[in-house]
Design a protein around this ligand. Structure first.
Ligand SMILES: [Zn+2]
Ligand SMILES: [Zn+2]
Length: 175
């Protein structure tokens, strides 16, 4: 969704509270595409600060479906997004430049709400997603989801990564 901010940009110290929503239905990144399964309209606070800056703030919640790191089953991950940005409205001095963000969010006096939401999802992206803390993952040999059942594969064969770690330990012992 784009918010028309023509008036706001022209009027010093004008404040606008507007209900907005994102039109994003999924979050796409280098990692893949993840459906946004829950979102809601929220209030965006917009403020023209002395015609020098446009302050944009608001909070909203979204839920994104992300596969579990171990078993790949989709997990509903709630994210609380806090938007708090300040854009420069003038030719910036070097000093101000460090403080204000770029103008990419605004095109032809319209503020791009989807871009704001996208960037907040990006910075809030979870480091680790597990369907549950003790997710057993999938069998590397037959692909059975070990949370739902067992398989008859021999699980005692050492993981090559573990073998590598053991080698490192052995080296330490020898020193
Ligand atoms: Zn899992
Ligand atoms: Zn198996």
């Amino acid at each position: 969704m784009k918010v028309d901010i023509t008036d706001l940009l022209l009027t010093e110290d004008k404040v606008v509270e507007q209900e907005v929503k994102t039109e994003l239905t999924s979050f796409q990144s280098k990692l893949g595409e993840f459906p946004i399964t829950k979102k809601a309209p929220f209030i965006l606070h917009l403020e023209n600060q002395e015609k020098k800056f446009l302050a944009v703030s608001g909070e909203t919640d979204v839920v994104i479906a992300i596969p579990c790191d171990r078993c790949l089953e989709e997990v509903s991950v709630p994210l609380h997004l806090v938007i708090d940005k300040r854009f420069s409205l003038q030719e910036e001095t070097a000093e101000e430049e460090a403080d204000a963000e770029d103008m990419d969010y605004m095109k032809e006096s319209a503020l791009d709400v989807d871009r704001l939401i996208y960037d907040e999802i990006l910075v809030n992206w979870p480091m680790k997603v597990l369907c549950r803390d003790d997710c057993k993952g999938i069998c590397r040999k037959c692909g059975t989801n070990l949370n739902h059942g067992t398989c008859s594969c021999d699980q005692t064969e050492p993981d090559p990564r573990m073998a590598a770690i053991r080698d490192v330990f052995n080296q330490f012992k020898e020193v």
